[in-house]
Design a protein around this ligand. Sequence first.
Ligand code: 4AZ
Length: 383
Amino acid sequence: MIVLLVVLSLTVVAVTIGLLVHFLAPGQKIEYYHGTFKFSDLQVNGNSGQSSTYLRAISENLVDEIFRDSALQKHYVRNNVVRLTPEDDGVKADVIIVFQFPSTEQRVVREKRIQSILYQRIRNTRALPINTASVELNGCGKRVVPLIVNRIMSGDIAAKSAWPWQASLQRNNIHQCGATLVSNTWLITAAHCFKNSANPRQWTVSFGTTINPPLMKRNVKRIIVHERYRSPAREYDIAAVQFSPRVPFNDDIRRICLPRASATFQPNSTVYITGFGALFYGGESQNNLREARVKLISDDVCKQPFVYGSNIKFGMFCAGYLEGIYDACRGDSGGPLVAKDLKDTWYLIGIVSWGDNCGQKNKPGVYTDVVYYRNWIASKTGL
Ligand code: 4AZ
């Protein structure tokens, strides 16, 4: 009897310890990943009804199977198809995949593993008509509103959700610069924004199309100014800013894509600039985000003596119009110059850097060339 009691109580203690370790294990973190893939040649009528319930179920089963039978099986928790969107050539499924990971490894590393498993297994899934090229984890550069830029300085007020990667960098809660969201925790901006202070404690970042009220606000954790930036020189005008805690992506806050280091863009192509900056030189920053459509200007044109001559150095390019009018201005600095590809995926091409006045004839805006600094960005952020 005593032996039995001892064994029983030891078992209870062991089970309790086991459960405690399991649920309170230090550093085990629940993480959510957003994936998308597309069923080709299929149709559903909205998000309710029999066909969508069926598609949701087979999608969730598929993702379950993929991760239960993968190297990440111990970490996989569950998945949920949160949206089915009818598109021209099929149905897009948005799925939230839940994992539990020890908090040691970097999230970018795990993201790559999850993406690779999802991609490879879906490629090998012959039973379902899923387009392999459509498989994406935490995709970048997608916005939910169509582009209707009508015709910053002389721009228009931006529609909600139109530029979800735009951020406002604030020192002591006063807008100083724009910045661009490139992951859940990293922003790319201009080095010159930190000329007066690079102390993260003085800086916050806000998201959304108005500065007041902000849609979301975060504390800046780390400011990495390019090590070769030397004010008042304008070369190396780039900085990476890390904030915390991470922002969840939704229709109003999401990351833009970074171009490959080998990417090229044609002079004269249409690009867009956005910011909370002044409407004229010497004016005040704006509470509402504004947008303007501008054009890339070749070095040949911009280095002419009556434009900027030899002031255009490596790692810079010009955009705007030699006639003036549409331009970035004070307060837009650090913010994005973006372009979309044929699949309507948006890329960060430039960072508002400098210019002689704003919107003046023969004085277009000058931007830091993101492609030129692409490897620097990777070395600091891992992106
Ligand atoms: C500035 O002072 C500034 N026209 C930013 C952009 C331009 C000019 C000045 C480009 O931050």
